[in-house]
Write a protein that binds this ligand. Sequence first.
Ligand SMILES: [Zn+2]
Length: 388
Amino acid sequence: MKQSGIIYFLTHIIITQRMANKKYRKNKYKYGSTRKAAARTRRLRKMRRFFRLLTSVIVLLLLAAVTIWMLRDSARKENYAREQVMLSSPGEVPDAPVRVWFLDVGEADAALVQCDGKAMLIDAGNVEDGPFVAEFLQQRGVRSLEYIVATHPHEDHVGGIGNILGKFPVGAVLSPVDEMPVHDASEGNEDTSSQQLNISAYSVLRRQLRQNRISVSIPAPGSHYALGNADIEILGPVSSETDNLNDLSIVLRIVYGNVSFLFTGDAEYQELQDITESGAVLSSDVLKVAHHGSTDAANFSFLEAVSPSCAVISVGAENEHYHPTEKLLRMLEDVGARILRTDRHGTICVTSDGKTLQYHITADDSAAYESAANTSAVADSAAPASHS
Ligand SMILES: [Zn+2]
C-alpha cells in the first residue's frame, strides 16, 4: 500500500510537471510577446521551477532512505556474523552473567536459566530425565532454585520435576493449573496411554509438592518476577478457556540488559495468536520454539512479532511425530532465525553479558543429517526408476 502510494504520488508530480512544460511552450508560441502572455509565461516558469525543486527534494529523500536502510542492514549482518556458534562440552562453556541451557532430553523440554548466580528451571523433561537434569544442575553449580516453571501438565515437561524437588530448595513452583483438567484435546494426546501417562505424572508431581510443602502459584499474564537482574514477564496463557492443555502453557519473556529470551512451552496456534494480539512486547533475541517444532505451533504472525535471531528447538532424534516440521522450519528461515536443535546440537547454551550473545553447542551432527537427508532424497527419486 505504502509503495503504491509513493509511486502514485511521483507519477502525479511527473505528469503535472510535463503538463506545465507543455503549457509553457504552447503559451510561448500562442501569445507571442504580448504583456498578458509574458505574465502567464512567468507564472508557468515559476511553476516549472517549483516542480523541479520538489522532484529533486523527493529524489534526495528517497536516496537518503535507501542509504540508511542499507547501512542498517549491513550492521545487522555484521552483528549476526560476530555471534559465533562454538562447539564445546557443557563444562567448557565460560562463566557469564546469563547462561541459558536447553538440555538435550529428547522429545521433551528442560531449560535451566542462570542469572547473576540465581537459577530457574523451566520444565524437567520426562520422568526418566529427572536424574540427568538433577545431575546437570549440580554440575552447573546450582545449589537452589528461585523458581521451577511447570509450563503445562504433560509428562514430557513435568515428569522430571519430582526428582528435582527433593534435591534442591525451591522458592516457588509456577504452573498454569493446580489440578489436572478432566479433558485434554491437545495434539499428541489422542490415545489413552499418553493421557494416562500425563495424568499419573501430574498426580505424582502433586504428591511430591505436598511432601516438600511447596504450594503452586498460578501466574497471571502481565505479572513480573525477578531473577538476579533479569526481569521475567508472564505473557500467557492469556485465556484459560480451553480444553487444549498445550494452549495453557506458561509463556514467559526474560529480559537482561539488551538481550531477551522467549519461552513458549508447547503453546499451539491459538495461544500464540492470543499472545500476539495481547499487545505485549514479543520481540526477542532467542526463542524456545513452541511444541518441539510441531505444525500446530506454526503461527507466522507470532514468529514475525518475535523476530528471533536464534530459534532453539527441543526435539528428539527421529521422533514419531516428525518434529520439527518443514512448514515450521521454513517459517523460522523466513523470519531470519538461526536454527539450533537439541537432536543435532545436543545440549545448547546461550551466554550473554546483557549486550551480546554467544551460542554453545555440545554436539554437531548437522552434516550427518544433511547427508542422510540427501541419501533418502536420492533413494526416493531413484525408487520409481528401479520399479519401471
Ligand atoms: Zn511437549
